[in-house]
Design a protein around this ligand. Structure first.
Ligand SMILES: *[C@@H]1O[C@H](CO)[C@@H](O)[C@H](O)[C@H]1NC(C)=O
Length: 480
């Protein structure tokens, strides 16, 4: 029972305590966060790591985030957007040139800068942008980078598929957690920010920071899920809060729309990152049932979460009179309103079949779904079989699925993990978007000190028996 919102009183008390503590030391450096943080420039990097109409929601999330940054007062020159850009004008999009992130939402696509689109959405460019390193960029992007200084604040939002220790990109290679952490450390060593906030939506997104993100490099991160669970798409067809009928795809992701719909309505001077964390955590937990929901997590320098959102993403002047008051200020979504990230593309294929007219169109749609499912089964079986060859019938399952304690990263030797992935793919075909879920098994093969030779032998043996199919036309989605 929640009879009285304690937030305001709590806030006022901690405000006073902080102020007194700061004042009693007469230290001019110790100022309130909002005062101190009003110096410097706000930067934002917004990235959708997927492509294809079945992944509509990731790019919709990122476009929505852009609108929040703009309304918050950030300038285009300080916002870098990565999106494949195959949604607005996709042949399946019922409203050409328009992207929505809510069933009743307005267009969020208008005005979004196309800094890095198509194949320029890749790991190398993402790192180059973060590091402010123009020389390292490749392709035909805008050349915009985070050219930040020591007083600046950086906000990063990443929405995509992922797996243990890995985040997707529209093309290979995917992004490995250790490489991301190295880049963040490098950025810190360059002394080119005061503090950074990283919001991450992906399956197993906790694994990107768990046991990896240092607490002393001025970065605060929250993730849609812990290290061992899915994150969830939402506003999906045929659900209680569903998109208009002409849409055959999910419009958003649960964690993402939670932070954004909260940011949309509040004066962000009055809301701290910590408060928003609790709002998102609450909403994404589905009334703490975790039924089609996930555990939102926080990592890194948790003290940073005491500063207000305004420091990072500004605030919309239209919300000046809308203070943050209560953690229950957002409507809960019914639990049937979500589809886990990995199955959200099946929703798209299924709806295509449902809507196709009888005849060749329906048969083609059915074949597509069958191909997707065949690829999934093939990947699952290959991993299972390799596990049995390596660890024996009885131990295999436990070995492959073993979860390390939460202060330890997924794997100690990331080079080994990459080699195992390469070896697997050589013999068994591409893991692709869906196959990222098996990264933990491949990591555990490294953690068990299996040699590369042994892995090669096992993969060759396992995958010779299961023919790989033409996966490549599947996960690349549908270009416009
Ligand atoms: C906020 O309230 C004040 C006082 O009522 C009013 O003058 C101002 O226009 C309001 N601002 C917004 C953005 O609605």
């Amino acid at each position: 029972m929640n009879c009285f919102p304690p937030t305001i009183i709590g806030l006022a008390v901690s405000f006073c305590i902080f102020f007194l503590a700061a004042g009693s030391r007469l230290d001019p450096i110790l100022r309130l966060p909002s005062e101190k943080d009003s110096l410097g420039t706000r930067w934002a990097v917004l990235i959708a790591g997927s492509s294809g109409y079945g992944n509509y929601r990731h790019q919709a999330d990122v476009c929505h985030a852009y609108q929040i940054m703009r309304k918050g007062g950030l300038k285009d020159e300080n916002i870098v957007v990565f999106m494949y850009d195959d949604i607005a004008n996709n042949r399946y999009n019922p409203r050409p040139g328009i992207i929505i992130n809510h069933p009743k939402g307005e267009d969020v696509y208008a005005g979004v800068p196309k800094d890095y689109v198509g194949m320029d959405v890749n790991v190398n460019n993402f790192f180059a942008v973060l590091l402010g390193n123009k020389a390292r960029l490749s392709g035909n992007g805008s050349g915009k980078v985070v050219d930040s200084g020591p007083d600046d604040h950086i906000f990063i939002f990443y929405s995509d598929h992922g797996g243990p220790g890995v985040l997707g990109m529209p093309s290979y290679p995917y992004l490995y957690a250790n490489d991301l952490i190295d880049v963040l450390k490098e950025k810190h060593a360059l002394k080119s920010y005061k503090s950074m906030v990283f919001y991450l939506e992906a399956c197993e997104s906790g694994s990107i920071f768990e046991g990896l993100l240092p607490e002393d490099i001025d970065i605060y991160a929250t993730t849609a899920s812990n290290a061992v669970e899915n994150s969830w798409g939402t506003y999906c067809p045929e659900q209680l809060i569903s998109p208009p009928d002409e849409y055959s795809t999910c419009l958003g992701d649960l964690y993402s729309i939670s932070w954004m719909e909260d940011s949309d309505i509040h004066n962000l001077h009055t809301e701290t990152l910590k408060q928003q964390y609790h709002v998102i955590k609450d909403r994404t937990s589905v009334q703490k049932t975790y039924d089609s929901g996930s555990h939102v997590m926080e990592y890194g320098d948790l003290d940073l979460s005491l500063s207000d959102l305004f420091t990072y993403i500004g605030t919309n002047p239209a919300n000046d009179n809308s203070s943050f008051v209560d953690i229950n200020s957002l409507p809960q979504l019914p639990s049937s309103n979500r589809v886990n990230q990995r199955d959200a593309d099946l929703v798209f294929y299924w709806n295509k079949i449902r809507k196709a007219s009888e005849g060749p169109e329906k048969r083609e749609a059915e074949t597509e779904l069958i191909n997707v499912m065949t690829h999934r089964v093939h990947i699952d079986r290959s991993i299972e079989l390799i596990g049995k060859i390596l660890f024996g019938l009885d131990a295999s399952k436990d070995k492959l699925n073993e979860v390390r304690p939460s202060n330890k990263p997924l794997v100690d030797d990331w080079k080994c993990l990459k080699s195992m992935v390469r070896t697997f793919e050589t013999y068994c075909g591409s893991l692709s978007q869906y196959g990222m879920k098996h990264m933990r098994s491949l990591a555990n093969i490294c953690n068990a000190d299996v040699t590369l030779d042994k892995m090669e032998e096992s993969a060759a043996q396992a995958c010779e028996k299961i023919p790989s199919n033409s996966w490549s036309s599947i996960d690349q989605g549908f270009s416009a």
